[in-house]
Write a protein that binds this ligand. Structure first.
Ligand code: CA
Ligand code: CA
Length: 337
């Protein structure tokens, strides 16, 4: 019981360490730990407290989750019945395989919890041998001095499955030591994490998620819109809904996207009337995007060119139908969807 109070006191203290955002857990990293401490067997097998050393090798899949194998050797443990020592210098070997979950992984001070299964073997000098499968749970912390070396402290409770008579082995273990973290070195510094080294990156500070070219600059993407209108009408016909929706989805999903929407007419009617008609057509498309698809209106400018910019002859019905149009070029930044 005394050892459990000690354990709680130690961890209450160390969990109050200040946390600094510098060295930290790395994903896809190996962790080699060398630990030493004490074992406090509960008196199921009449074992006294002793010293314990251990070495562990872990692999972190990401910043939080890892697995770890640990081997421990406890030694100089007396076996006592009352005041009488019936066996001195017992050794206990432990092997355990644990899952480990780290918290606050972007800071120096990284608390964790761990749990797993293993096996133990007690070797006494006078045939007080005992072996069993074990389970263990623990908590601890790593305090990183730099990217490689961390102070590590851990408290475990190990419980054996096998009973000897009506007794079974269990013990808190408290250890401290050093952990060495071996992370995959990044090929070069890349401050904005876009995959292009700082020395080659012509656009530093690229926001996360933007696709970039070989120079580390955001890739601009463009789509176009082309809608035809009936004579003297400024109404977007239902057949264009899918087309406008495609543009709206582009505008809503590409940061920094903008567009100028241009309205045009054929040559019938006078210039002033056609100017207003072209403006109404451009505004109709703009309003359709805003009202039907919640496009941010500040992204859209509409402008009318009247009959001044035909793309086909106004001498034929087909040519005039081509000229009664709204067109737009929509440009945005390519991002990971
Ligand atoms: Ca970069
Ligand atoms: Ca960049």
């Amino acid at each position: 019981m005394k050892s459990k109070i000690l354990l709680i006191a130690v961890f209450a203290l160390v969990f109050c360490f200040p946390a600094l955002a510098t060295a930290q857990m790395e994903p896809e990293s190996l962790h080699l730990s060398i630990m030493g401490g004490a074992i406090f067997p509960d008196h199921g097998l009449n074992l006294e407290n002793g010293a314990i050393v251990g070495i562990g090798l872990g692999y972190n899949f990401n910043k939080n989750w890892g697995i770890e194998g640990f081997g421990h050797y406890a030694f100089n443990i007396d076996n006592k019945l009352g005041p009488e020592v019936i066996d001195t210098d017992n050794d206990i070997f432990f092997g355990r395989f644990n899952a480990i979950f780290h918290f606050a992984t972007d800071y120096n001070f990284v608390p964790y919890i761990t749990a797993g299964l293993g096996a133990m073997k007690l070797e006494g000098q006078n045939n007080h041998d005992y072996s069993s499968a074990t389970a263990n749970v623990g908590l601890g912390f790593k305090y990183f001095f730099n990217e490689v070396v961390a102070l590590r402290m851990e408290a475990n409770e190990v419980v054996a499955f096998k009973k000897e008579g009506d007794k079974r082995f269990s013990a808190p273990i408290i250890t401290a030591g050093l952990t060495f973290q071996f992370a995959q070195p990044s090929a070069c510094p890349d401050s904005d994490n876009d995959g292009v080294c700082d020395t080659l990156d012509k656009c530093p500070g690229t926001p996360a998620g933007y696709r970039v070219d070989a120079d580390g600059c955001p890739i601009a993407v463009t789509i176009t819109l082309d809608i035809k209108f009936d004579f003297d009408k400024a109404v977007v016909k239902p057949q264009y809904r899918t087309e406008v929706q495609r543009v709206a989805e582009f505008l809503n999903s590409h940061p920094g996207s903008t567009a100028v929407i241009e309205g045009h007419t054929d040559s019938r009617g006078n210039d002033a009337y056609n100017q207003r008609l072209s403006e109404r057509r451009a505004a109709a498309v703009r309003n359709y995007l805003v009202d039907q698809f919640n496009v941010d209106p500040s992204k859209l400018t509409s402008i009318g060119y009247g009959e001044s910019r035909p793309i086909a002859t106004n001498e034929t019905a087909e040519g005039r139908a081509e000229n009664r149009r709204v067109v737009g070029v929509f440009t945005g930044t390519d991002v990971d969807q």
